[in-house]
Design a protein around this ligand. Structure first.
Ligand code: F6P
Length: 341
């Protein structure tokens, strides 16, 4: 059986480890053959395919990004659709697909699987906001990068007696902000799930300053201050119809400076959080998910995705796994709140 692998949506550290895990186990244990689609669903729709022999995955688990490339192409748009994809797969001699992607990719995989295509999914997002799995690979690396950056902001903030505001990724959920903020000892953590007023942030900053600290504020890109109902950014929509995020730190910094009288600087970490080598945790998780995806293929468990539950990798139906966002629960935010005082 020949299986095509694709990586779709925003990249994140660990994608190559998934590919390697699937290819190594698929070839050596299950006798499968592999091909890779270039740039996610675009490669599927256009039949842009490359062979993936064992040698092609040698040493790649430590490489950032994805050797296959990625895109946000919708497989149902343009020349796509289930029938077009079915005939592309037949033409390329591909019997089934391993789709590595986030909610959008997996929802498309579910829909294609409903149309009779043989697909197995692997969940992916640095944001860690997929309810289908306890942790997504890439998240640990992103938290590590953000923590190191915030630690660095702390020392320059302390030297200049400034307030430092660090913006991290997290469009719908504040997992990166929560974990990096806790790890770095932030004096305020602001996430999309929690409505916090600017008065409250000002109080946290002022209190930290009174204790002789250089106040450190960590804000997730999707945070909306209490009283504001629109997304904070006036940057409009991106090509995919999503509000362009990025900029909440730049909005907060002058506001806090005006309210507190303390000099304040903003730093947006942005895509740095998605680049570079994956952490050991992410390499192991991603490798295990890739191997489990090869097992699903060999078992003919189409229409399912692999998922981390506790410390075990399990197989779940798309139907049961998708559609729910995993946001930061109140008790996790309350733990962080205790540390701000
Ligand atoms: O979903 C992952 C994510 O990194 C979000 O945190 C962020 O809002 C978005 O992707 C950025 O997307 P792009 O790489 O398309 O700018």
């Amino acid at each position: 059986m020949r299986i095509g692998i694709l990586t779709s949506g925003g990249d994140c550290p660990g994608l190559n480890a998934v590919i390697r895990g699937a290819v190594l186990k698929g070839i050596t244990v299950h006798g499968l053959e592999f091909a890779g689609f270039r740039d996610g669903w675009r490669g599927v729709v256009e039949g842009d395919v490359v062979d993936l022999p064992r040698t092609s995955v040698r040493g790649i688990s430590k490489q950032g990004g994805t050797i296959l490339g990625t895109s946000r192409t919708n497989p149902f748009g343009g020349n796509g659709g289930a029938e077009a994809i079915r005939s592309q797969l037949e033409r390329r001699g591909i019997d089934g697909i391993i789709a590595i992607g986030g909610e959008g990719t997996l929802a498309a995989a579910h829909r294609l699987s409903g149309a009779g295509l043989k697909i197995v999914g692997v969940p992916k997002t640095v944001d860690n906001d997929l309810d289908a799995t306890d942790y997504t690979f890439g998240f640990d690396t992103a938290v590590q990068i953000a923590t190191e950056a915030i630690d660095r902001l702390r020392t320059t903030g302390e030297s200049h007696h400034r307030v430092m505001v660090a913006e991290v990724m997290g469009r719908h959920a504040g997992w990166i902000a929560l974990h990096a903020g806790m790890a770095a000892g932030a004096h305020a953590i602001l996430i999309p799930e929690q409505q916090v007023s600017l008065d409250q942030v000002t109080e946290w900053v002022t209190d930290a300053h009174k204790r002789g600290r250089a106040p450190l504020v960590v804000v997730a890109e999707g945070f909306i201050p209490e009283g504001q109902d629109a997304p904070h950014s006036a940057l409009g929509l991106d090509a995919f119809g999503r509000p362009r995020l990025g900029g909440i730190a730049e909005q907060l910094a002058p506001e806090l400076e005006a309210r507190t009288g303390f000099e304040t600087r903003a730093t947006v970490l942005g895509h740095i959080q998605r680049g570079g080598v994956p952490s050991a945790f992410d390499r192991v998780l991603a490798t295990r998910l890739g191997m489990a995806a090869a097992d699903s293929v060999a078992a003919g468990s189409w229409g399912t995705m692999v998922s981390l539950r506790g410390t075990d990798v399990v197989h779940v139906d798309f139907q049961r796994a998708l559609g729910r966002l995993k946001t930061v629960p109140q008790h996790r935010y309350d733990e962080a709140l205790t540390l701000f005082g």
